[in-house]
Design a protein. Structure first.
Lengths: 260, 315
């Protein structure tokens, strides 16, 4: 009798600053003082893809994050979105990790704690810094195939088939499992957890890992010198809706030479 | 050996990277090498546009994609010790850059929008957007080689010069891989390439139903422009194809005129239009963030305003 394929799928996510709460001080500096946090937009697609895989094939969906201890809320959010268990690597110094460091820690957790897995899913990038490196770097650290920018995939025993979107079109790629995919935002529409999901999330297991339990990570390979407000200098001229104003609006466009 | 290395499979991207690569190499007192895939017809073209050396990768078989070259490139980089490696910030370029950076254990500035060589510290200072475009992050690679991916069309293509000479070198074939390309579906463009358009009319959530796109299209036709959309229109409603979706994770445009219809102006979208010469917007919500990023704005219902604009433009 053939064994049924019940995959273990890992979704990685980042607990990020909600950029909608970043204010601009009159001095032009960025004000992070009243920010809220969220699971990165693109990582919600990764979590949803892992949960859908479990719903279709059985097996397990695991959420993993590396963050500050305050991200407990994010771990609960990931669990209420349908993952079965979570691995939460927390340290107060993990607020500004660089991609290579995050990938190093994730690789350690996958290799030494989770051990058995079939597929790792990452978002196409984090919605804060959007470096789009953790997925590919993690795959390289684990020595597994990496298929990025995937719009659709299926897994069968030992095998991944993924549709990958590149500039020229779509490539259908096959790779042996375990493998890693980064998924595009249009691969699915992430569910919004209900009250019941949130209640159930509290009973699901979370494995907490501290910095001391892991081998020491290296220094950041990319050093951030500054983060400043990006300026879009625009004239912000407003117009009314009556015929005269519409004519003035079109006149302004003509004056700038952008309308014939 | 050192030098600035340029890696891309697309001629346009190679020429753009040669432009910035050459400028940087001159300041750094080094030379430019380009890694080309397959097509040796482009060797002299590449040398004419500024490459001092071309490294040629052997042709791919049908079931291979350029990613198979990653181990070859890594080996070559370990031997050649480049100062800087540049790739385009395309899907393939970003993927390959991150994997090469991981194997070389070096830093990578992704989606880099500005690179400057600081003569004092002898380091490359690079800029990129962060927090959906609200912020500019300035970074320095702490390791060698420095690496960056640069969005398409950030730089103009390099100007050719006649009589340039360059060295050509063939690189070894890659080892077989268990990752195979089963099929390639070349994109049949449902729409014109909006990244090259002089005028872009963009629809956002303010549009009620798919049929109403005709209204926007009418305006685009009069302006001789292309139609584009925000993320929800393409990804949630599927009213327009993905390839005309503007934003951080979509297409970045730089038209003379961008006209937003019912576009609220989330930062991710604004990032995609920041290089437009003129930004104009119509939205019924006077507090829509797009007005803060626009040169000209009309607070009004697009269903009322667009026909009026069409009339006025016909005059």
């Amino acid at each position: 009798m053939r064994c049924r394929f019940v995959p273990t799928v890992i979704a990685c996510f980042k607990w990020v600053v909600d950029e909608a709460y970043i204010r601009l001080r009159p001095s032009g500096d960025l004000d992070f003082s009243s920010v809220d946090y969220k699971i990165g937009e693109y990582d919600r697609n990764a979590i949803e893809a892992a949960v859908r895989s479990k719903e279709a094939l059985g097996g397990k969906a695991i959420a993993v994050t590396v963050s500050m201890p305050e991200a407990t809320k994010g771990v609960k959010d990931a669990l209420s979105r349908g993952t079965d268990e979570a691995y939460f690597v927390a340290d107060s110094s993990f607020g500004n990790l660089e991609s290579s460091q995050t990938a190093f820690i994730l690789a350690e957790v996958v290799r030494t704690r989770i051990q058995q897995y079939d597929l790792i899913i990452c978002g196409e990038g984090s919605s804060d810094l959007y470096a789009q490196q953790v997925g590919p770097r993690l795959a390289e650290k684990l020595g597994i195939p990496c298929i990025s920018f995937v719009q659709k995939f299926s897994i069968t025993k030992g095998q991944l088939v993924a549709e990958r979107r590149v500039e020229e079109g779509v490539e259908v790629i096959t790779a042996p499992l375990p493998a890693l995919v980064t998924v595009l935002p249009d691969i699915n529409v992430p569910r919004i957890p209900g009250v019941k999901d949130t209640l159930m999330a509290g009973r699901k297991p979370t494995v907490k890992i501290t910095k001391d339990e892991l081998p020491p990570m290296g220094q950041p390979l990319l050093r951030t010198v500054s983060i400043t407000a990006s300026r879009m200098e625009r004239s912000c001229e407003m117009f009314g809706t009556d015929a005269q104003e519409i004519a003035r609006f079109v006149g302004s466009l003509r004056k700038r030479g952008v309308v014939g | 050996m050192a030098g600035v290395w340029i890696i891309s499979e697309n001629r346009e991207r190679v020429l753009e990277l040669l432009n910035i690569g050459r400028q940087l190499a001159a300041k750094m007192g080094t030379r430019v090498s380009a890694l080309l895939y397959q097509d040796s017809k482009e060797v002299q073209d590449c040398i004419n546009h500024g490459a001092d050396e071309v490294m040629l990768l052997p042709p791919l078989s049908r079931d291979q994609s350029p990613e198979i070259y990653i181990p070859v490139i890594i080996e070559e980089a370990k031997k050649g010790d480049p100062d800087l490696i540049l790739l385009p910030a395309t899907a393939r370029g970003k993927d390959m850059a991150a994997r090469i950076a991981a194997q070389l254990d070096v830093g990578l500035c992704s989606n880099c929008i500005a690179l400057n060589f600081d003569d004092g510290s002898k380091s490359l200072v690079m800029e990129r957007l962060a927090y959906g475009g609200v912020a500019v992050q300035t970074v320095i690679c702490a390791t060698r080689p420095a690496m960056a991916t640069i969005p398409p069309r950030t730089y103009d293509t390099a100007m050719p010069e006649t009589g340039r000479q360059g060295h050509v070198r063939e690189l070894p074939a890659p080892a077989p891989s268990a990752v195979k390309t089963l099929e390639r579906k070349v994109k049949e463009r449902a729409a014109k390439d909006i990244s090259e358009a002089r005028t872009v009319v963009c629809v956002g959530r303010g549009i009620d139903k798919k049929d109403d796109l005709a209204l926007a299209r009418q305006l685009a036709d009069i302006l001789d422009g292309e139609i584009a959309c925000t993320r929800p229109i393409a990804e949630e409603f599927h009213w327009l194809p993905e390839e005309v979706c503007i934003g951080l994770s979509g297409v970045q445009v730089k038209p003379d005129l961008y006209l937003g219809l019912g576009v609220s102006g989330q930062v991710q979208h604004l990032t995609g239009i920041r290089n437009a010469k003129v930004i104009a917007a119509v939205n019924k919500d006077e507090n829509a963030p797009i007005f803060k990023a626009a040169d000209f704005g009309i607070v009004g219902d697009l269903y009322d305003i667009v026909p009026k604009l069409v009339n006025e433009l016909k005059k």
